[in-house]
Design a protein around this ligand. Structure first.
Ligand SMILES: Cc1ncc(COP(=O)(O)O)c(C=O)c1O
Length: 382
């Protein structure tokens, strides 16, 4: 059995969901604010099917995915919870005409980011003699997808005239809500609110309005409307240093392996590819079967630490595809088969994805998504 695995703790997921709930409802105790749990990209590397099932058990209101392929895979497991697809229609392996029928069959909620998409869905809905549930995406400054806020009013009047669409929701997405300085987020919010109020005057209102990703959930309560869309918070991390400590979170994934080989090297010997580490004394080196092929980034070579039996050890030399090497010192108390924590948190010892991300010059999102398919996911406290 491969000792390298990602242990994902459902008790911690439940804890994080509860913290988010308390935080948003603490701000607005009388208002029911729905939560759309963002589970795209294999639930940020944690396993889309298992995480989604647990979120549904925990009473999540919506699930958010990136594309129709993810949504279709989920629907076979989760019959009732609304699934909102953030991506566009051409963003799928199937050709649009084929999957529109699948969308109907799977009762998925489509994002509409252009009038053309709305027209296309309207047309197909007429043929199926049913209504399509859509959420309209407004681009208020992210400049990714969405109706440009300057033209959105006119576009939405046009979309509202289509007879076979159910305009269930409208949303926008923040570009920098994780930053301490919220001026751009507030500008986006102002543009969105102006549009909502103009539409209201024209008699168009949406039952579900949403904007808040993790940064905004923590720090921008004016953006909650009646649904929030946290992703990273569910998995136990803060989206940026500007918004830390607003709520308590527990990282739900511990990436682990075992010490599987120990050898002694002499002073001046090198370790691993490229000879980027030389021992300063005779010492023991442990080998752990995890590498960049598992998502343990090569950029961490000679720069990261691991936790064995509650003690930190230095990783030395280049990270290889399947192995890393650990400096155990001149004397050691480690046995073959002892557990090694590579990423996560254990007994208050922190090797969080955010810490490793700093070493690699990236963000915790990318560290989590990088955990490869070949790493077995094991779910605890189901
Ligand atoms: C449309 C949309 N909403 C919400 C999220 C969740 O973001 P976060 O993980 O920062 O909460 C994402 C992820 O990038 C997204 O694309």
């Amino acid at each position: 059995m491969n000792p390298t695995r990602a242990e994902i703790d459902f008790a911690k997921l439940a804890f994080n969901v509860e913290q988010i709930r308390r935080h948003i409802h603490g701000e607005y105790p009388r208002r029911k604010i729905k939560i759309c749990g963002v589970v795209k990209a294999n639930a940020y590397g944690h396993g889309i099917e298992e995480i989604s099932r647990k979120l549904v058990d925990l009473g999540i209101d919506f699930l958010g995915v990136a594309n129709y392929d993810e949504a279709i895979r989920l629907r076979s497991l989760i019959p009732d919870t609304p699934i909102l697809v953030f991506g566009t229609l051409i963003h799928s392996k199937l050709d649009p005409a084929k999957y529109v029928s699948i969308l109907h069959r799977h009762n998925l909620t489509a994002t509409v980011a252009s009038v053309d998409t709305a027209r296309f869905l309207d047309d197909y809905s007429r043929r199926f003699r049913s209504k399509f549930k859509i959420h309209i995406k407004v681009d208020t400054g992210m400049r990714r997808i969405g109706l440009d806020y300057k033209r959105a009013y006119r576009n939405i009047l046009q979309i509202a005239s289509f007879k076979n669409l159910e305009l269930e929701g409208i949303f926008t997405h923040f570009a920098a809500s994780e930053e301490k300085n919220k001026s751009f987020s507030r500008l986006q919010l102002k543009r969105f609110n102006k549009l909502l109020s103009d539409l209201k005057k024209a008699g168009i209102e949406f039952p579900i309005v949403h904007a808040a990703n993790s940064g905004a959930v923590l720090d921008l309560k004016e953006s909650y409307f009646n649904m929030v869309r946290p992703g990273l918070l569910l998995y136990g991390y803060y989206p940026g240093s500007g918004v830390r400590n607003k709520i308590k979170l527990k990282p739900i994934m511990n990436l682990k392996s075992k010490v599987t080989f120990i050898k002694k090297i002499e002073k001046g010997e090198s370790v691993s590819y490229g000879r980027r580490f030389f021992s300063k004394k005779p010492e023991f080196i442990g080998s752990v079967p995890i590498g960049y092929g598992d998502g343990y980034w090569r950029l961490m070579g000679n720069r990261s630490k691991v936790l064995i039996n509650k003690k930190f050890y230095r990783q030395v030399g280049s990270i290889t595809m399947d192995w890393i090497m650990i400096e155990l010192g001149a004397r050691y108390r480690i046995k073959i088969g002892d557990d090694v924590l590579l990423m996560g948190e254990e007994n208050g010892n922190n090797l969080g994805a955010d810490k490793l991300a700093k070493i690699c010059g990236t963000i915790p999102y990318e560290m989590l998504c990088a955990v490869a398919d070949r790493v077995e996911r094991i779910y605890l406290n189901k």
